[in-house]
Design a protein around this ligand. Structure first.
Ligand code: SF4
Ligand code: SF4
Length: 137
């Protein structure tokens, strides 16, 4: 008799559909959390190597943002809070996500929120938008 595999569907925008996070879960995931909008501070852009420390200290943030938008590294700059939204591809993936391996290409330099998600920085702390990669279903 054919075996039926139940696949729970997840909606990244609906935290009530998320899975409780546990160690090792990321190994089989298609990195759905890396398709969510990501706002970062200027210090994190320095850590990423996209902004020079001197530039960060002396240039107006809006001018830096203008350059980063032109270079397609950020999508938006929030003037009021001085927050930069990292660019995403048309697929919704973070610009730093490898489309094939579903791994972060800047892991050692990734922003703070990526380090704290999903345990503390999450719309639903302790839960995440886990979705199994097709090759592991
Ligand atoms: S959605 Fe969850 S399991 Fe998937 S990569 Fe992000 S934190 Fe890991
Ligand atoms: S910087 Fe890396 S960990 Fe953070 S959202 Fe982008 S791909 Fe994911």
């Amino acid at each position: 008799m054919p075996r039926t595999i139940a696949i729970r569907s997840v909606d990244v925008d609906r935290p009530e559909t998320w899975t409780r996070y546990r160690a090792g879960l990321c190994n089989t995931c298609r990195a759905n959390c890396c398709t969510m909008p990501l706002e970062v501070k200027i210090e994190e852009l320095v850590r990423l190597g996209w902004v020079d420390a001197f530039e960060a200290e002396h240039e107006p943030a809006s001018r830096i943002a203008k350059r980063l938008i032109k270079d397609q590294l950020i999508d938006h700059f929030n003037h009021k809070q001085s927050l930069f939204t990292l660019a995403r591809r048309s697929s919704g993936d973070c610009i730093n996500l490898d489309a094939i391996t579903r791994r972060c290409t800047v892991y050692e330099r990734r922003p703070e929120i990526c380090r704290l998600h999903p345990q503390t920085r999450s719309p639903r702390p302790g839960f995440c938008a886990y979705g199994a990669r097709l090759d592991v279903i």
